[in-house]
Design a protein around this ligand. Structure first.
Ligand code: NAD
Ligand code: UD1
Length: 335
């Protein structure tokens, strides 16, 4: 089957393409490379030995999408393309609404015009209300607290309305927890531009010597060691969740969490990274980061029941794979 992957050159997209190709699917990618490099797709081809049909184009460009759908017999779409930096989203909200919302609306119009109604959408645990109790289930209360989160929540509502209006649509909303790690080959991984916002890419750069120390945002949370607790999930597990969703489309618009159900603290991650890398990894305790929660982890039971998926890899494996990618590519794809 031919699958269109938007944002396929990015972190989660590139890992998902590997799993798609290994499962025998043909992959077409549209990505404008605003937060990635085409090198990731060359590496994917190195892993799988299979070609990716790549279009450097923007999902807001209706003519380009129309041409792509005209050139391939696309049956399903996995939609990763979007901007994702929480802090930046408050500084340039219009870019977030344009890219994430307008881009998705354009994609949906072109899909419908070509009779393609199966969609797997990247949502986020960020749509859950900060007041919601852990573990978070799919029916926990929702509330977004920044423009990035609002784009995800709005798109979930758009997609539910769309599926309710026309029963040809089959949509999975996948709410990711904290994807980390890298492909075990060490050929593809996470390569953020500039100073990383997220914990594991930051720790990796301290371990490899590109940054001097890790700022730990708060050690006075009501958690076992005082640092924030999150549900880290191996990006390969996450990628496989997309295949399971595609194979179990069901009907209408449905939602599942993709998480492990297990929380680890900032210092648990630092400790694992020190053990695996042998690096010292200096830390500096800083004030809490605005908008952060003490504890966030999933109840992953619904994904097991509805799409037959559960995460397999533990924190140690996530850190080992992150470190292999970092050591083999100390400057990311720019190495
Ligand atoms: P990423 O930035 O590595 O990948 C996104 C890709 O989309 C990039 O290659 C970028 O160049 C491309 N892109 C962005 N806007 C585009 C546009 N208008 N047209 C075409 N391509 C465009 O991010 P990722 O971590 O792989 O995340 C993928 C998706 O998952 C995003 O929608 C993100 O919001 C969502 N998500 C990510 C996380 C996470 O922690 N990484 C957590 C929850 C949800
Ligand atoms: C962040 C986003 C969230 C998004 C998620 C996945 C914010 C406020 N939230 O979540 O919307 O869905 O990424 O992409 O940005 N930490 C440090 N030092 C650092 C970096 C992080 O101590 O340099 C801590 C954080 O305080 C947190 C934990 O590490 O306790 C994880 O942080 P991060 O990787 O940024 O993910 P989230 O905050 O869960």
């Amino acid at each position: 089957m031919t699958v269109l992957v938007t944002g396929g050159a990015g972190f989660i997209g590139s890992h998902t393409i590997v799993e798609l190709q290994l499962a025998g699917h043909q992959v077409v990618v549209v990505d404008n490379l605003c937060n990635s490099q085409a090198e990731s797709l060359k590496r994917v081809q190195q892993i799988t030995g299979q070609a990716v049909a790549f279009y450097q184009a923007d999902i807001c460009d209706k003519a380009a999408l129309t041409r792509i759908f005209g050139e391939h017999q696309i049956l399903q779409v996995i939609h990763f393309a979007g901007l994702k930096a929480v802090g930046e989203s408050s500084q340039i909200p219009l870019s977030y609404y344009q890219n994430n919302i307008a881009g998705t609306l354009t994609l949906l119009e072109v899909m419908a015009a070509h009779g393609v109604f199966d969609l797997v959408f990247s949502s986020s645990a960020t749509v859950y209300s900060p007041e919601a109790k852990v573990p978070l289930t799919e029916s926990s209360p929702l509330a977004a607290i920044n423009p990035y989160g609002r784009t995800k929540l709005m798109l979930e509502q758009v997609l539910a309305d769309l599926a309710a209006s026309d029963n040809r649509w089959r949509i999975w909303l996948l709410r990711y927890f904290n994807p980390i790690g890298a492909h075990p080959s060490g050929l593809i991984g996470e390569d953020p531009n500039g100073i990383p916002n997220n914990l594991v890419p930051y720790v990796a750069r301290v371990a490899i010597g590109r940054l001097p120390e890790l700022p730990v945002f708060g050690d006075d949370y009501p958690t076992p060691d005082g640092t924030g607790v999150r549900d880290y999930i191996h990006v390969v597990d996450l990628a496989r969740g997309h295949l399971k969703a595609m194979e179990n489309m069901g009907s209408g618009c449905q939602v599942v969490n993709l998480g492990t159900g297990q929380g680890y603290s900032v210092m648990d991650v630092v400790k694992a990274y020190r053990e695996v890398s042998g690096a010292e990894i200096n830390v500096a305790i800083k004030p809490r980061r605005a908008g952060d929660l003490a504890t966030c982890y999933a109840d992953p039971a619904k994904a097991a029941e509805y799409i037959g998926w559960r995460a397999e890899f533990d924190l140690r494996t996530m850190v080992e794979d992150s470190w292999r990618w970092t050591e083999q590519n100390p400057a990311g794809y720019g190495s």
